[in-house]
Design a protein. Structure first.
Length: 507
């Protein structure tokens, strides 16, 4: 292959890191992963032009990409860091692939990490002082080449959509934590299936036990142990109910120390560096957003944005879902998996599996960086086993979506970006009006019950539809909380009043 084929984007190497004992920083984990990836393709090191870092929640200073490049001995012409969003790793890969295909880039290093375990384990956290600034190991390694930058670096440019994930309506109903919002989505799926929260929880155990089977075999998994469906779904002292229907073992685990890195180049650069035999080809990618605020979505149990991104990525690659040999579906909570299954037309027990890592509750959920581990794992698998792989990544509350298709052979059409513009316009025009307050009866379309560590009901937020078609997010009146334990209110009518809105069960 020559000429235009030289501009095909390829993933040449990946690295992953994990720390279970020492107190480390996110930058140290990123450095370890980046070094591992670069050592596999030493000829690419001097050719790296972009260093892109996925947003790191733990404290890493104003210029993590610049500092990472210094530690790795790189001299990129661009350093950058993303906004918050679990879609970011796949979005960065798609963005780099587009630039490579257009002749604007030859080689990039995409890196991410999270050190929340260390942040909590640091001496400052243990004695109640600053949890965001852990005392870290200084064994970050010596740069292979280049000169350390003196003084405090200028902040790295921030890229990506920086809109907040929730709006005033969600805040008024205390819908702040992902575990509350995702549980609302789950209630819609359960209602359609005709299941009580307990019945649905048992079904989710059957779905997620397959994820633990994968995590049990993954070198970098935080919980490398297989769990039965009952162990996942049955509430108990070490698996308390968090929000209906989710016990602890169905929730993403942020308290991890993990890092990942991926080297992406043009095929020409891979040849020049003498490592084209390692090439895994980036076939296509696509992005789309759902209606931004959950309270304004017409259907909280499906994801038109994910469907648009996945469909267009497959169409751009010229393949169908049956041609894909491996998937990694974003899995912060089970409903994200269920929505992806629906969007892609898969079965929950598809023999190809739904994850290559084990998912965020079992492999680990390192902040915004999880999907970079999925990309690292799926490209390593393709390199060893051939075939095609698909990764879907999402940010906020099933809001921002990015999908990528990878293959062992060159894409017949070359790299293609999927066109989601028509689908995005349809999504954007489906936004429902959300009331800030109301007085009257509304039908609940999504609900959950949140529990405190002792098992008491602490909140029971709903999203409901008023008779005039507007939607409203509301919290339960305080004296209504206790009787709501174990219940789904979807389909019931409640009386809403006040500002911020509160609801009561109607007779």
């Amino acid at each position: 292959m020559t000429g235009r084929d030289d501009r095909i984007p390829v993933v040449l190497a990946a690295g992953q890191s994990i720390e279970r004992q020492a107190v480390v920083s996110g930058l140290e984990l990123a450095t370890r992963a980046g070094r591992e990836a670069l050592e596999l393709v030493p000829g690419v090191r001097p050719r790296i032009e972009w260093v892109s870092v996925v947003n790191i929640l733990s404290n890493v200073g104003p210029a993590p990409a610049t500092e990472l490049a210094r530690r790795l001995g790189l001299s990129p012409r661009r350093t950058e860091v993303t906004t918050i969003g679990g879609n970011s790793p796949q979005w960065l890969l798609n963005r780099a692939a587009e630039a490579i295909a257009a002749g604007e880039l030859d080689a990039a290093l995409v890196v991410g990490a999270e050190a929340q375990r260390s942040a909590r384990a640091s001496p400052a956290a243990r004695d109640g002082r600053d949890r965001s600034r852990p005392k870290v190991s200084t064994n970050a390694g010596t740069p292979v080449a280049g000169t350390p930058v003196a003084g405090t670096p200028v902040a790295d440019p921030t890229i990506g959509d920086d809109r907040a994930g929730i709006g005033p309506a969600e805040m008024n109903a205390a819908l702040l934590a992902p575990v509350h919002v995702y549980a609302l989505f789950e209630s819609v799926i359960a209602h359609r299936a005709g299941r009580t929260p307990a019945e649905h929880r048992a079904a989710l155990g059957e779905l997620m036990t397959r994820f633990t089977q994968v995590a049990a075999k993954h070198r970098y998994a935080w919980f490398p142990e297989e769990r039965s469906a009952l162990e996942l779904s049955e509430p108990g002292p070490d698996n308390r109910l968090v929000t209906e229907p989710y016990p602890k073992r169905m929730c993403a685990v942020l308290n991890v120390d993990q890092g990942a890195a991926v080297v992406v180049t043009s095929l020409a650069t891979a040849r020049a560096a003498g490592c084209s035999e390692r090439a895994v080809f980036v076939w296509s990618g696509a992005e789309a957003n759902d209606v931004w605020f959950p309270s304004a979505r017409p259907d909280l149990g499906t994801s038109p944005g994910l469907r648009a991104a996945a469909t267009s990525a497959l169409e751009a690659a010229g393949v169908g879902v049956d041609d894909v040999g491996a998937f990694d579906l974003y899995s912060c909570f089970p409903c994200a998996v269920e929505m992806a299954i629906d969007a892609l037309g898969l079965a929950a027990d598809d023999p190809r599996g739904l994850t290559v890592t084990g998912g965020l509750p079992y492999f680990g959920g390192p902040g915004n960086d999880y999907s970079l581990h999925a990309i690292a794992t799926i490209t390593d698998r393709i390199r060893d086993q051939d075939g095609l792989g698909l990764v879907n990544a999402l940010g906020w509350y099933v809001t921002k979506h990015s999908v990528g298709v990878y293959g062992a052979t060159p894409p017949p059409r070359g790299w293609r970006a999927g066109d989601t513009s028509a689908a995005q316009r349809a999504i954007d025009t489906s936004v429902l009006e959300v009331a800030s307050h109301a007085e009257g009866v509304a039908e609940v379309i999504a609900s959950t019950v949140a529990y405190d560590p002792r098992g008491g009901v602490s909140a029971a937020p709903v999203i409901a539809r008023l008779d005039d078609g507007r939607q409203i997010a509301a919290a339960a009146a305080d004296d209504e909380l206790a009787p709501l334990a174990g219940r789904s209110l979807v389909g019931l009518r409640v009386h809403v009043s006040g500002n911020p809105p509160r609801y009561r069960l109607t007779a």
